[in-house]
Ligand binder design. Structure first.
Ligand code: ZN
Length: 241
C-alpha cells in the first residue's frame, strides 16, 4: 500500500487540488495530519475534499481553534483573525465533524499526529534536533508522521545512531531505526520553497519521499485578498515563508 500524507492545507484549495492530482495513480490512500483550515480562503471546500478523500486524519490546532476547543487568544493576531473568519465561514455540520477528529491515529507501523507526539494537545513544535529526539519516547511505532511547523524533514534514532535532516527527503526506512517525518505543508510552506509539500509513504518498499508540487499561487493569493483576510497571508504564500 502507498499513501499520500498531507498536512497543513490551511484552506488553500488550489494547493490541495494540485497535490491530489499529483498523487493520483501513485497512491492507494490519503492520510491527513490536520490544519485543514485557517489562513486560506477556501476552508469549507478543503474540508469537503479532505473528508471525501482521506481515510484517516487527525486534528490540528486550527481545527481546535475553529471548534472552540482551543481559546483563540492562544493564536497570534493573524492566525486569530483567520480563525475567526474561518469559523464564520464553515457550516455547523463541518465544524462538528472537525470537532470529532482525534488527536492521534495509528496505521500499521505509523503514528499520525499534528504537533509533537509528546503532548499532542499542547501543540508543541518539533524543530530542533533535541526536540525531535525527545519525542521518540512518546509513541511506540517505528514511524511517526507530523506537521505543524510547515518545514519538511526527519529525525531518526536506533542502532546507536541518530540523525536529523531538514528539507525535502527521499528516505529508505531502515528496520533498525525509528523515524519522525515532518511532511511539510500543502497550503502554506515556510521553508522558502513556495511549492506545496507532502509525502508519499510506500509501506511495502519502506520508503518515504517528500514531493513538491507547483500550484496556482496567484489564484490562492487573489482569493485571500478578496475574502478580506490579512494581505500578509497572501504575500507569504509567494515567499514560501
Ligand atoms: Zn499549520
Amino acid at each position: 500500500m502507498r499513501y499520500a500524507v498531507l498536512s497543513d492545507i490551511h484552506g488553500n484549495l488550489e494547493a490541495l487540488r494540485a497535490v491530489l492530482a499529483d498523487c493520483a495513480g501513485q497512491v492507494d490512500g490519503v492520510l491527513c495530519l490536520g490544519d485543514l483550515v485557517g489562513y486560506g480562503a477556501d476552508p469549507a471546500a478543503c474540508v469537503e475534499l479532505v473528508a471525501e478523500r482521506a481515510e484517516l486524519l487527525v486534528a490540528g490546532n486550527h481545527e481546535y481553534g475553529v471548534t472552540g476547543q482551543l481559546a483563540l487568544e492562544w493564536f497570534n493576531p493573524l492566525a486569530r483573525a483567520a480563525a475567526e473568519w474561518t469559523a464564520g465561514t464553515l457550516a455547523d455540520d463541518q465544524r462538528s465533524w472537525l470537532a470529532g477528529l482525534p488527536l492521534t491515529a495509528r496505521l500499521g507501523e505509523a503514528t499520525l499526529v499534528h504537533a509533537s507526539p509528546r503532548h499532542p494537545d499542547a501543540w508543541e513544535y518539533v524543530l530542533t534536533a533535541a526536540e525531535g529526539f525527545a519525542a521518540f519516547t512518546a509513541f511506540d511505532t517505528a514511524l511517526a508522521f507530523v506537521g505543524h511547523s510547515h518545514l519538511p524533514g526527519y529525525w531518526s534514532v536506533g542502532a546507536g545512531r541518530s540523525a536529523r535532516r531538514v528539507g525535502a527527503v527521499d528516505l529508505a526506512l531502515d528496520r533498525a531505526h525509528r523515524y519522525i517525518v515532518n511532511v511539510g505543508s500543502v497550503g502554506q510552506p515556510r521553508d522558502r520553497d513556495p511549492r506545496a509539500s507532502y509525502a508519499i509513504w510506500d509501506r511495502a518498499a519502506g520508503r518515504v519521499a517528500i514531493r513538491r508540487v507547483p500550484y496556482d499561487l496567484a489564484e490562492a493569493r487573489r482569493k485571500i485578498v478578496a475574502a478580506g483576510l490579512p494581505r500578509f497571508l497572501a504575500d507569504r504564500l509567494q515567499r514560501g515563508a
